[in-house]
Design a protein around this ligand. Sequence first.
Ligand code: PLP
Length: 399
Amino acid sequence: MTSASLFVDVPQAQPVAVFKLTADFREDPGPRKVNLGVGAYRTEECQPWVLPVVRKVEQKVAADSSLNHEYLPILGLPEFRASASRLALGEDSPAIKENRVGSVQCLGGTGALRIGADFLRLWYNGTNNTATPIYISSPSWGRSHNKKSTGPCCREVILYASCGALSSWKGPHLHGALALNCASSSSCFLLYAQSCHILQRKQLFPFFDSAYQGFASGDLDRDAWAVRYFVSQGFELFCAQSFSKNFGLYNERVGNLSVVARDADNLARTLSQMEKIVRVTWSNPPSQGARIVAVTLNTPEFFAEWKGNVKTMADRILLMRSQLRAKLEALGTPGTWNHITEQIGMFSFTGLNPKQVEFLIKEKHIYLMASGRINMCGLTTKNMDYVAQSIHKAVTRVQ
Ligand SMILES: Cc1ncc(COP(=O)(O)O)c(C=O)c1O
């Protein structure tokens, strides 16, 4: 049979920028090439890092003959869900004690954002609601936040200028207040973990995206303050947690959607609907990554070791931040560079424009996102001078 393909009208989609960048980097034969685009932690030797505690826990799980490969419950591994929510909300969280916190084990932070958004579309502010806007900061997590987190669920995705124009952005502003004030009641706000009283006054729904707990300061509790503060102020909220970065479990797809509800009854009905959504999405989640996280969080020695591992990663990033800023300032690179040490987490927006980025890629074999975003752990003490000098050239030669 030789009739036309059913797919003849399917348009070619653009490649996903961050994956394309890594593919281009791999193909580049240049001896001095540097990948600042990768979305994962790298050691001083530019290598992926399996956390030592994860190695140990993996062996413990492998040796446990009581475990099997039966399906997990639709909502996931109970001990993982409970310990993940405790990590976000705090060991002594009154909301947990009041039995009004529950969660859904999800496929990474992406899955948690998606299940939360699907639920909101079906049940928030009227049933099957596609009219409620969801506000997402700009810049955001790549350009994928809106698509990943809302999918087909929300008609209107409004990027609130949390940080000014993308091209000139170098760090957080006093921000978002305008968007918050302009938002119609009941809108949803996707927050990183930072604007409380306006949300309260306008009855806006906060949806936190917590993908880097521990990476900002090296301290898990400090990094979770914003979510905990909102809970203490009486908000009902969602918090999408990713364990990809802080456990280095990128390909295991470990995430959790914590739900803080007004009371146990509201929680139970909400989780019952989330269960329906999961059933038709991935049916039930994978177990390996969730077991590793649960055993780690629930075993005091492993938990202590994990905190040390997270601190190792956070400290290396902080060191790279201070070294890059110091080198650029010592070179007299035009502009200010304090944003490099003031931003937190694994990534930095450098403020470099697309032409400067192109110069770095083509002339210097230094790969970074067109937005100027760099992964701080693509930097090492060995490539630091080369990268700083190259940024200096890009800024002084290319406008
Ligand atoms: C801000 C932010 N949110 C969510 C995610 C998604 O994490 P995961 O890989 O666990 O789906 C990422 C991943 O890079 C991220 O940077």
